[in-house]
Design a protein around this ligand. Structure first.
Ligand code: CP
Length: 315
């Protein structure tokens, strides 16, 4: 069956998930992003690749990093950017998602960047819109956050070079994390041999081993000799009922402190998609310490999103 995000020529028409994408496609996005890192360091930070195109940011769920870096990325590609304010849109009067999309399409939209609490919402839009339009998933429920997965991949490649020699630990609330799912798919496609997920039983999805990861419930065992540590926030907005005794208890067993980080390789990097909950999943001494590359992830996110949008617009 054809991948729904590829067109009949096998080119990327939409970016909905990393799962099932060829390694060449991921490498092409990362290499294109590298060329845009140079652009973002220039005094004049604009290139004309999306001149005359209209990019609509549709964020039905809150965001700081993703929404802002998509806006910056689109502006650096010279697109017109429209940020729909969902809170004062006709969504509040009962307009359906697809009716909203149809009306924005009638305003000559070229690309929709969609964040939604419901898994599958960007996919629904992509299967509905005209064939010249492009949809980018900016995070849907607990399903996928492909541009976060790509910027995480970019950050790991930047600091560690070769995916095929790495041990990567993903720690915390894996159950509710679209970031974890996207990164696991991305690392697997790139040939990473040792991907570990670490967390309490209540926050690790059953059957996650089928994705090619090893499960640890003991943080100290799971962190031993890893190259990369990816910390995850407790996503309480997606939890149904209490899955933990308390945030303090979680920090005691799964919070990343300098002492626990010392079990990883001496040159290990610490990543976090944000937003941070200091003192819950990560100690400030680690979040602000020498191993943290958390703010580099944010900066690389601009170039990665420029790469995704320019590749989609060219197909
Ligand atoms: N990483 C991430 O998705 O952050 P925001 O929710 O702030 O966009």
């Amino acid at each position: 069956m054809r991948n729904p995000q590829l067109n009949e020529k096998g080119e990327l028409q939409h970016l909905l998930t990393i799962e099932g994408l060829p390694r060449e496609t991921l490498t092409h996005i990362l290499d294109t992003a590298t060329s845009f890192v140079g652009v973002t360091a220039r005094e004049v930070k604009k290139v004309p690749l999306l001149r005359g195109k209209s990019v609509f940011n549709l964020f039905f769920e809150n965001s700081t990093r993703t929404r802002t870096t998509f806006e910056i990325a689109a502006k650096r590609l010279s697109a017109d950017v429209i940020n729909l304010n969902i809170a004062i849109s006709s969504h509040t009067k009962g307009e359906t998602l697809l009716d909203t999309v149809d009306n924005l399409s009638a305003m000559h939209a070229d690309m929709f960047v969609v964040r939604h609490a419901q898994s599958g919402a960007p996919h629904l839009i992509a299967s509905h819109v005209a064939s010249h339009l492009h949809v980018v998933n900016a995070g849907d429920g607990r399903h996928a956050h492909p541009t976060q997965g790509l910027l995480d991949l970019y950050t790991i490649r930047h600091f560690k070079k070769d995916f095929t020699r790495l041990s990567v630990a993903i720690v915390g609330d894996v159950l509710h994390s679209r970031v974890a799912r996207s990164l696991i798919h991305a690392l697997t496609i790139m040939g990473t041999p040792d991907i570990r997920v670490i967390g309490p039983m209540t926050l690790i999805p059953s059957g996650v081993e089928k994705l090619g990861v090893t499960v640890y419930h003991d943080l100290e065992k799971g962190l031993r000799d890893v190259d990369v540590v990816v910390m995850l926030r407790l996503q309480s907005e997606r939890m149904r009922g209490a899955l933990l005794p308390s945030a303090q208890e979680f920090f005691k067993y799964y919070g990343l402190t300098p002492e626990k980080l010392a079990l990883a390789k001496p040159d290990a990097i610490v990543m976090h998609p944000g937003p941070l909950n200091r003192g819950v999943e990560i100690d400030s001494a680690v979040a602000d310490g020498a191993h943290a590359v958390i703010l580099s992830q944010v900066t690389f996110g601009i170039a990665v999103r420029m790469a995704v949008m320019s590749i989609l617009a060219g197909n």
